[in-house]
Design a protein around this ligand. Structure first.
Ligand code: URA
Length: 433
């Protein structure tokens, strides 16, 4: 079998055989297939798509490309959650501790930033001392004792996704339904949880721009999850504006901690309650109404914050930073971006907001780039807000004036200010089971 023929077959719109997909995944992980051929196949898949059978085969091959975790030694139901990626999406930092504080275990494998979207690992690592590179035994013991842990793809977990994820990030092949579905579900299958909640983001800051595309992705992933015996549900949620007000790693950890103190922005709090409630419902904790009240109560009584502090400490981090986020301090340079006119923020190009945060140093332009944990954006105005000329739209944080110049230029383009007040948009569009 030749990789050339597989690329040509997909390029010409044919369905790949199981043997061809196995050959690609095994050969790429083994290092026998070079990046240029793997990226050519990803681009062919981007244009030609895949049938359901091809997607399932690709997902299972990727899931079994390395170790598959057996969480059965940890007692009780284990629930996982995965977001398809957004701007300002720090929900895991709120939701995992809230759910764990109610006795449902969350063993979470997270990722790094991808394209314009942030990654939970990068956010958590802005806490001094915290590591997300924990071995399986330590991961198990933290989940068992504390109730939740967030780790990176350790050693040999889904190596096929680790390689393909980094390749897609730099070859414009992220926003493809078959490639996202196989990437997300291979990780969820290998990570071993019994129940899976998917948060499929939709809108200008998401990889899926329309509700129809997001529903199609959700249906595919739910089908794959159910097909391998994992109870799987998905929420289609709004990413047409950044979530909360902070974009950037330490800034987002601070905002998540303040949300657990009952002081966070309303949209972030509401979406976290909804995600936590859906995870609790999957874990048979009650009906959705009861689960929402339980989740809210854990925010109000401080149990969620306490659980986050315990998890941070167990992963080696200084928990005083989540109890008092002002300890993070500020980056070397700051700048206010002001409105040039009176009006309403009618729309935000949320992908541009994410790109601005990367330009400020909060994300990576290239795989090997390091991250500035304090860089990012505090949005003072979002879509739906009224503004007057000269009012601050956002405050930028970076380590140099040059980064501020670039970030400001990109962010200005992201705001569309007009005369009419826009219609409010829902936070959750649909639930797919
Ligand atoms: N999240 C993932 O884990 N993979 C993707 O391809 C996109 C978002």
């Amino acid at each position: 079998m030749r990789m050339y023929d597989i690329i040509e077959s997909k390029r010409d719109g044919h369905e790949l055989t199981d043997e061809q997909i196995d050959f690609f995944v095994n050969g790429y992980v083994a290092g026998d297939i070079p990046d240029y051929q793997a990226s050519a196949l990803c681009m062919a898949i981007f244009y030609e798509g895949m049938t359901d059978r091809e997607i399932v085969r690709l997902t299972l091959d990727m899931a079994h490309s390395g170790d598959v975790v057996d969480l059965s030694p940890i007692p009780g139901v284990k629930v996982d959650k995965h977001s398809t990626g957004g701007v300002g999406d720090k929900t895991t930092l709120v939701v995992a501790p809230v759910v764990a504080s109610l006795g449902v275990r969350v063993a979470k494998m997270s990722g790094r930033g991808l394209g314009h979207t942030g990654g939970t690992l990068d956010k958590l690592e802005s806490i001094p001392g915290l590591t997300t590179s924990i071995d399986e035994q330590r991961f198990f013991s933290i989940v068992g004792e504390i109730g939740c842990a967030v780790a990176g793809q350790t050693g040999n977990l889904v190596p096929a996704d680790k390689k393909l994820y980094a390749l897609r990030d730099v070859t414009a092949t992220v926003d493809s339904l078959p490639l996202i579905a196989s990437s997300v579900m291979s990780k969820k299958i290998a990570a071993g949880s019994d129940k899976i909640l998917l948060d499929v983001k939709c809108g200008s800051g998401a990889f899926m721009k329309t509700v129809d595309d997001a529903v199609a992705l959700a249906q595919e992933m739910v089908r794959i999850g159910e097909g391998v015996g994992r109870t799987t549900a998905a929420l289609i949620t709004n990413m047409d504006r950044p979530l909360g007000c902070c974009v950037g790693n330490a800034l987002e950890v601070g905002e998540a901690a303040r949300t657990l103190m009952g002081e966070g922005p309303q949209d972030l709090r509401d979406i976290c309650v909804e995600l936590a409630a859906n995870m609790l419902e999957l874990a048979d904790k009650g009906d959705i109404v009861a689960c929402r009240s339980m989740a809210r109560a854990q925010i109000e009584n401080g149990a969620g914050l306490e659980k986050l502090a315990q998890m941070v400490a167990a992963q080696g981090g200084d928990a005083s930073y989540v109890r008092d986020p002002s300890r993070f301090g500020s980056d070397a340079c700051m700048r206010d971006v002001r409105s040039g006119r009176d009006g309403w923020v009618r729309h935000m190009n949320t992908e541009r907001v994410g790109i601005a945060s990367v330009a400020l140093g909060a994300g990576r332009a290239r795989k090997e780039d390091s991250i500035d944990p304090l860089a990012g954006i505090i949005l003072q105005k979002k879509a739906g807000d009224k503004v007057t000329k000269g009012e601050v739209l956002a405050t930028l944080h970076a380590s140099s004036e040059a980064q501020l110049d670039e970030g400001e230029q990109i962010l200005r383009d992201a705001y569309e200010i007009g005369d009419e007040q826009p219609q409010p948009e829902p936070l959750v569009y649909a639930r797919v089971t």
